[in-house]
Design a protein around this ligand. Structure first.
Ligand SMILES: Cc1ncc(COP(=O)(O)O)c(C=O)c1O
Length: 337
């Protein structure tokens, strides 16, 4: 038998050290994980520690999972899940694209999301349903691997930092492009799409930016590693179209609706990189990022370097709706109780 050069004891010591290692970054300490909450796992509520998979599951080796992420807001009338149906529709679309058979109906998954909030007695939280190919065999052909579904809740704060919504964030254009059409399906919210997203996020953070903006395979603006993007340029609001390999964001859809309601023209068209620098306002949208102003890109100040007036109006309208302070005219909220 070959022995590891350092021997078993050294290996065990290294493992012990890794387990005891202190979190290295600010985001590592605010994971939002609460190990006392229960997770809905394949139709049952289980303890946090019990929601586990085998290391030989297909998903571990080939990234074969699709997922969603959305918030439950603590409204004046109790907790309410934001655009629940639209997120579950997108989850099923992602599964359909990847030919993942869902063992539950949309209605069952929606109900399960509500139960996760209710049974854990949560108010504001972030929900993460995930469907993945489980344990059967190691070949790339996934057909015999069962689909597993889990729904967990996290106490996630402001995704791009506590000050981000007010002060805005400093971002860069990523050196990595968003995937070309017909390589990875960008309309699917699949785990595999987040490998390049991790590269984007990592290079941004290492260089002291908050986030990276990817260009598409033609060099036009696509989106952030986990956000869609909008630009206010000469009085009109621009956002890259679906053909720029974006995820069809649900907050993007809300933003288009709210901007039009405010009388602003919204144009979905290819956005040249340089338009980012000369726009009056640029902001990210996403379930996690909500509506986050961008104050600089590649160290070039956007507008006057603060949250612009349109971004602020959109934020105000958005938070008034999600926090239940104004009528939910679009039927975006699903009350939990
Ligand atoms: C790559 C990517 N683009 C855009 C978004 C924004 O989508 P949504 O508003 O539906 O959260 C997300 C977040 O889910 C994302 O991960």
């Amino acid at each position: 038998m070959t022995r590891l050069p350092n021997g078993k004891a050294a290996y065990a010591a290294r493992m012990q050290k890794a387990r005891q290692a202190k979190p290295k970054t600010e985001s590592a300490v605010s994971t939002g994980f609460d190990e006392k909450t229960k997770i809905w796992f394949n139709g049952r509520m289980v303890r946090w520690q019990e929601a586990t998979v085998h290391v030989m599951s297909h998903v571990i080796h080939y990234g074969s999972s699709v997922f969603e992420g959305f918030r439950c807001y603590n409204t004046q009338n109790g907790p309410a899940i934001f655009r629940l149906k639209d997120h579950i529709d997108r989850l099923f679309d992602s599964a359909k694209i990847y030919r993942i058979d869902m063992p539950f109906t949309k209605a069952e998954i929606m109900q399960a999301c509500i139960e996760v909030v209710k049974l854990n007695r949560l108010e504001a939280c972030y929900l993460r349903p995930v469907a993945f190919r489980g344990y059967h065999s190691l070949g790339v052909d996934p057909r015999l691997c069962p689909t597993m579904v889990a729904i967990a809740a996290l106490m996630w704060g402001k995704y791009l930092g506590p000050e981000a919504l007010k002060a805005g964030v400093d971002v860069r254009v990523a050196s990595w492009n968003r995937m070309r059409p017909n390589t990875f399906p960008s309309m699917a919210k699949a785990a595999s799409n987040y490998m390049p997203s991790q590269l984007v996020k990592l290079e941004a953070k290492i260089d002291h930016y908050v986030e990276g903006i990817m260009l598409d395979s033609h060099g036009y603006v696509s989106e952030g590693s986990g956000e869609n993007i909008f630009l206010l340029y000469r009085g009109k609001l621009y956002t890259p179209p679906l053909t720029a390999s974006i995820l069809p964001g649900i907050t993007r859809d809300c933003t288009i609706t709210m901007a039009r309601e405010l009388g602003c023209e919204v144009i979905e068209a290819p956005v040249p990189r340089e338009m980012l620098y000369v726009s009056d306002e640029v902001f990210f949208t996403g379930s996690a990022a909500e509506i986050t102003p961008i104050r600089s890109i590649d160290r070039i100040t956007i507008g006057n370097g603060a949250c612009g007036p349109l971004t602020e109006r959109l934020q105000k309208r958005f938070f008034a709706i999600v926090e239940g302070r104004t009528e939910d005219v679009y039927d975006w909220l699903t009350p939990v109780h």
